[in-house]
Design a protein around this ligand. Structure first.
Ligand SMILES: [Zn+2]
Length: 169
């Protein structure tokens, strides 16, 4: 059986709230997803450099910011040539400019987004099998989303838009 994890990350890959802000962000998440959740704890991670926070088994493709192509990492025959491109890109600096193979668009590596939704981030807060509350749309469900009002509260703390990422573990 699959497990699901939910993360909130700043949409700006270099955005990192200060320590006080990070604590407020986590405290708000504890209200949004009160214990117990899957492992009785919360995820709270700070990265020195932006790291990919992605959908795990649901991470299928990197989306081109130039032409919106879903550059698939694998297909029915296994890993695609794009997967090699991705691995090579990941071995470089996060602020490197990379050239997407689909259309030649140039992008900062850290600005790439994934499908299912994922992104580079310096900070993530979340939970395994999160519990739900009335801060979630329609009472909450796996692959659901927070209410707009609650998301705005996280964004006010982060100082930038916040992404909601579901991981299939
Ligand atoms: Zn493209």
């Amino acid at each position: 059986m699959s497990e699901f994890a939910f993360y909130l990350v700043p949409a700006d890959p270099y955005c990192l709230p200060d320590e006080e802000g990070r604590k407020r962000f986590l405290d708000l998440f504890k209200t949004v997803s009160p214990l117990p959740n899957g492992n009785g704890d919360y995820y709270f991670t700070v990265y020195a450099d932006p790291q990919p926070v992605h959908a795990g088994a649901g991470f299928e493709a990197v989306v081109c910011p130039g032409c919106d192509t879903r550059n698939r990492l694998f297909d029915d025959d296994g890993y695609t040539p794009f997967n090699d491109w991705w691995e090579a890109a990941l071995s470089g600096p996060r602020d490197a400019t990379v050239t997407l193979p689909c259309c030649g668009a140039a992008s900062r590596l850290a600005d790439l987004r994934f499908d299912s939704l994922g992104a580079f981030a310096r900070f993530k807060v979340g939970a395994l099998e999160p519990s739900f509350s009335d801060h979630w749309q329609d009472g909450g469900d796996n692959f659901g989303a927070l209410t707009e009002e609650t998301l705005k509260r996280f964004e006010a703390i982060a100082g930038c838009p916040v992404l909601q990422i579901w991981e299939v573990a």
